[in-house]
Design a binder for this molecule. Sequence first.
Ligand code: FES
Ligand code: FES
Length: 946
Amino acid sequence: MGLQKLWLKINGADRMVVCDTEESLARVLRRQGLTGVKVGCDAGQCGTCSVILNGELARSCVKQMKTIADRSKITTIEGIGTPNNLDPLQQAWITYGGIQCGFCTPGFIVSAKALLDKNPNPTRQEVRAWFTKNRNICRCTGYKPLVDATMAAAKVMRGEATMDDITYKVPADGKIYGTRFPRRESGIARVTGLANYGDDMSLQMPEDTLHLALVIPDVAHAKIKSVDYSEALKMTGVAGVVTAKDVKGTNRIAFPIGHPRAECTGLERPIICDEKIFKIGDVVAVVAADTRDHARAAAKAVKVDYEQLPQYLNQLEAIMPDSVQIHEGANNIYLKWPLKKGADTKEIVEKAENVVEGSFYTQREPHLALEPDCAQAYIGDDGMLTIQYKSQFLYGNINMIAAGIGVPAENIRIIQNETGGSFGYSVSPVTPAYAAVCALALGRPVSIVLTYPEHQIVTGKRSASNSNVRLACDKDGKIKALEYKLCYETGAYVEYTQILLLKSLVCMGFPYYIPNIRGVSMAAFSNFSYCTTYRAFSFVQAFTASESIIDMMAEKLGIDPFDFRYKNIARPGETSSTGHEYNEYYYHEMMDMLRPKYEEAKKRAKAESTLAKKRGVGISIGAYILGDPTDHASVALELCKDGSFVNHNTWQDVGQHAEGSCLMLTYEALRPLNVPLEKIRLEANDTKYSPDTGLSGGSRMHYYAGAATIDAANKLMDLMRKKDGTYRTYDEMVAEGLPTMVEGYASSPQGVTKFLDANTGQGFAYHEKLYSIYMAEVEIDSVTGKTKVLKATCVADIGKIGNLQGVEGQAYGGMSHCVGFALKEDFSDPKKHSTLRGAGILECEEMPDEIELIWHDSVRKWGPFGSGGCSENFQSSFHVAIINAINNAVGVRIYELPATPEKVKAAMEAKATGKELKPEKYYLGLDLYDELEYLDAHPVPDEENF
Ligand code: FES
Ligand code: FES
């Protein structure tokens, strides 16, 4: 420990640095301004900090400076290319969809450069092995585009192709809608390492900025007796400690639940815990100091005295009859929503020729964004409380925290930082709420960056679920009835619970014609992470139960699961689980497209199976719905003096290629004016200036923002149009007193959709549907039980494709999350799962390189230029295809995810002795029939129903 001086040749220039011997190379490089060196895990697990050190690839976060020799040569992303002189790798990353959130991008490009320096002509498999060996992790892209980009760049470097060959060109007819239109400004910033993410912003904050550290007791449920921070206050650099008593508002993050059957309000969540700790990762104080290290050291010195309460680390424990209430006055199962379609099912099931039953568990799923959560807060020069955060829902976040922090919503401004991955979690403004209350309490700018383990326990997760399901079928293989109880564990707090359950009602039994259904969807508290949104919110859990039981019935009947699905998928005029007629509905055509590939895959599996490696094929139906009855979006379009146009919006870019989609929608909407692409730009994601375009989530943004953009363009062109059909210039508009900026608006058509009935679950609650079918080809190691996904195939219908690169990116990325979810990812042990590797993040070679996407073409009548949404559809059920494929390969069904090698091996061993490892029916409160009887006896009166 001590200071050292070194000369380092960084990106070709000799630079003298002075540093602590214990510091990491990543930190020292970032202090030199080389913030293309990103720090994600800070533990050598993700590769975002990769540099080339003396000719070898190195993860700089785990290289202590005392191990770095004087005169070492270091190459960072900044030494590989610049915005005006891109390296082929950088250009290829832009063109081939290698960038989504971009947080991994500099590390990957540096890694690819190190590979190509050694091996200029690698095979795809060598590239995959290199990224895996060097722990380059990407959470967004599904890896395939990164291998594509490396191969394309290598060709240029070998002189077999030119930079022009790997650069996107606008087609001759000027039509870019439907093409692989790549990122533009945001792409260049990301591939050169110049995009400033939250921690990079932290380095730019003024000198008087305070750095924050959280005090998180190691307990999941407790009464707080005292918080003693007297020792912390004496420690070096500490400026203050903020506790609940310093919060000026209600100290609650508000998410009103809005369901007449709910037993809680949605106002249970404290910002800083005052009386009770409700879950792991709850915060009782925040320490502010001159440096992050000082704040973290002092946080450890805060003493919390508490009385431990029974802690329920899963919902099955929390809902036992003798469990204490986590929130006083609310049962731990706090919301039940019945689904009743057709006749009572009891007798139908009893008399049915064929009945199958199963109980299924899906684990709490961590989003595993590579960038840990971070935020800044300060009072701006306009007097507004300004928060910078990687938010997916800027205006929604303001509404959730305004009363809690004690600042009127109109005095809060949120600006989106570049976002190093989210997948849903950053709709929750938890970290920004800590920053806000500290900035207000201490009167100083603040910055907070969580460690990765903190990130894991503080942020929300996809809820775990338990379900008991029964399916009845006649002797001809036609489904007659479905019964289920499905309980979502939402952790200690309420967030989007109503939507969570609503979507489950739509999804259970989708897209089959099931004349009679009795079910109850429920939400329960536990003392674990709160449930937040995640791609394919709710459908993932419901499809696990629904698409597994379908496969089980096919097996019982001895019918091919493909044929069983084909037979039972609803035909036009038949009704869905929630009772509305299916229409514009393409599953049979999509299955016809998949069938020949399915037959080939089965033959391949049979031919290539060996005793040691068993192969199998599985399919599953996927889908998503978008647009609830209240959904709406605004964008503003501005004509500028130089004839260019600006689209103002809050289309939060969390990696889904918002820039490309927004630019191409604006370009297309303004086609009558022939505006060149370079004359369109975006100014987005600052609530002081940008209108509310809503949530970047639920596959809604392209759909609603697109419609609002068209509306704005039409309004603006109407104003610009002269009597002779030509258009006014900016100067002419101003001279005539006409506005040069107009707002466009889109909303769900009123009267078409309505929330589902609170007593029956019947109704039509969404605006648009997205469809998919998945096929997984897997190989199981007979000795270890390890599953490898060899190939993924998806047939999808999402309407007209807007940005092909963006859509493919969501498909590859969504399906890669499914592979991880099916086989290894989990967040049930806060210690073991506190790191990316510990939580099981998927690596390059674990994702198949063969991913086939097949598009069924259709037009969404209301969607912009015929488009629907896309994202969630691709993560909805590929995981069940994998589970079904495991069953096909080795004859064992995994009921409780993830299907780890240990579970698959144990199931195979049990099968060898004639047994089946199957969970007992879960205790989920009352028996289904009793539950329904109780709910019938306590109906929601008409005036309170939706
Ligand atoms: Fe260095 Fe993850 S490997 S930040
Ligand atoms: Fe790779 Fe986001 S683009 S982690």
